[in-house]
Design a protein around this ligand. Structure first.
Ligand code: NAD
Length: 465
């Protein structure tokens, strides 16, 4: 006798089938219908904002309320506002040029909803990373199933309750569960999957999706460098990089992972980073403005990385008070060598390795020799030097003279390149990513197409030449 099927997986399969059939019944929601859904979503986010702060904080064991408001509520609301403003234009068929030979016929691209979109999210911004793709998917007229991370159960329960108030299950549905359920989810024959998570799991998603030839958007991570110039204001660069490492305790895909700093300025830079962090957080222990590391295994991973670097001879400086719990202050690390884990792994936490460089070409070579990161942050460069950096380094996105803000500009595409992912969403690119661009040729009634029918006379032969 077969073992009974997992109830979450059973529900996923049932909802998928209902969403698929519902989509076939109503395959092209109008502009007004899509806008109404986006407004419903915005109203839910606004109504539930305090509960969102509480639920996310409970998942983290302490998440700064302002960070939750900014990232999980305001971020999606900005995206919705932008989509509401621009959607009419995005949906319009786009006229394309044609050969002189075909002049008179109509040549257009029509944007059609893909169908049922599967979204798999990460725990570090549980709502932002599920509601963000949801905005793009609804704008594009799709139905959506969301599988949340097993590490954010309270956010999952709240999002499920919240979305059930505004959407029928055959429009939008939320699923919890563990990795086994996420794996089953990735095997469903979606019309598109948007995955946010690590490059390692990205491989699994792509393999699973390939069985159904499901297109994927992979929003992955990596080691995003901050590159500090010898000429620019060092204290300002240090303060902004310290902020990028302190926000959500560095548990951000676009957090500056490490800093490349001119050799002669390493100590001064490290001191400035410490001073900035202490200004932000005079105390860390018990400070509710500073976010905890999400779980004990993750906190232990951070401690292990620091212990290994220390054992191998690095200088590790805590920028604030350490304690027994999961609020871990930023640690600046100098004297980093290539054999240390902090030089190789995505840190995803409050550790900042400072790597010296002697000239800009050497810094570019250091970045180019590693997997392509999700973001790159040049500080204090301008003119030809900045152009050179932009052209010779590859990264998903760039913020110049600051960190991460390109992600919160919803008219910019967001996505990785190479090891940090493929495909983009946010704004118009999100709409296009989750729509099918249907190339459409419409013949003009009197067009003499018969000239191209057999028997082929001399005309076609002459045209070729
Ligand atoms: P993860 O890859 O461990 O998990 C991500 C999601 O995948 C979770 O929901 C998990 O349940 C699911 N999952 C795990 N194994 C699976 C499998 N075999 N099949 C299908 N699904 C599976 O990542 P994480 O720890 O949740 O997040 C941290 C990583 O995510 C970092 O690398 C970070 O840089 C990246 N990230 C990227 C972005 C972005 O927008 N590019 C945003 C946040 C986080």
């Amino acid at each position: 006798m077969n073992p009974p099927m997992d109830p979450i997986i059973q529900r996923m399969q049932g909802v998928f089938e209902r969403q698929r059939l519902a989509f076939l019944q109503h395959p092209y929601p109008t502009l007004a219908e899509r806008k109404a859904k986006l407004k419903t979503l915005r109203a839910l986010l606004q109504r539930y904002q305090d509960q969102i702060v509480t639920a996310v904080s409970a998942d983290f064991g302490g998440r700064a309320p302002a960070e939750t408001k900014l990232a999980e509520v305001l971020g999606p609301v900005f995206e919705i506002n932008h989509a509401l403003h621009a959607l009419g234009g995005w949906m319009k068929p786009k006229k394309r040029s044609t050969e002189l030979l075909f002049l008179g016929n109509s040549v257009r691209v029509n944007y059609q909803p893909k169908g049922v979109v599967g979204v798999i999210g990460a725990w570090n911004f549980p709502l932002y990373l599920s509601v963000g793709p949801l905005v793009a998917a609804l704008a594009a007229g799709n139905r959506v199933m969301i599988k949340m991370s097993e590490l954010s159960p309270r956010s999952t329960a709240l999002l499920a309750q919240m979305l059930a108030e505004g959407f029928a299950e055959d429009e939008v549905a939320v699923f919890g569960g563990e990795v086994a359920q996420a794996e089953a989810f990735s095997h469903l024959p979606f019309n598109h999957i948007v995955f946010t998570g690590s490059p390692a799991v990205g491989h699994h998603i792509m393999r699973a999706a390939s069985q159904n030839l499901t297109p994927v958007t992979l929003e992955l991570g990596g080691k995003s460098p901050a590159l500090v110039s010898a000429e620019g204001p060092l204290a300002a660069a240090a303060e902004r990089i310290a902020h990028g490492k302190a926000f959500n305790s560095g548990q951000i895909c676009v957090s500056p992972d490490y800093a490349l700093v001119p050799r002669g300025k390493v100590e001064e830079f490290a001191t400035e980073v410490q001073a900035s962090f202490r200004k932000f957080y005079p105390t860390v222990q018990g400070n509710h403005e500073y976010t905890s590391i999400t779980s004990e295994p993750h906190a232990q991973r951070i401690r292990d990385l620091l212990a290994e670097a220390t054992a191998k001879g690095a200088k590790v400086t805590a920028c604030g008070d350490n304690g027994p719990g999961r609020r871990i202050p930023l640690h600046v690390v100098t004297g980093v060598t290539e054999d240390m884990r902090i030089a190789k792994e995505e840190l995803f936490g409050p550790i900042l390795p400072v790597i010296p460089y002697d000239n800009i070409d050497q810094a570019i070579a250091y970045i180019a020799a590693r997997p392509r990161p999700l973001a790159m942050y040049p500080f204090g460069f301008s003119g030809a030097e900045l152009d050179k950096l932009m052209r010779k380094t590859h990264s998903g996105g760039v913020s110049v003279d600051d960190w991460g803000w390109h992600v919160f500009n919803h008219d910019l595409p967001f996505g990785g390149v190479g090891n940090s992912g493929m495909g983009t969403y946010h704004g118009e690119e999100g709409f296009r990513e989750l729509s099918h661009a249907k190339g459409t040729f419409k013949r003009f009634r009197w067009f003499p197409m018969g000239l191209f029918y057999p028997p082929y006379g001399n005309l076609v032969q002459r045209l070729v030449f």
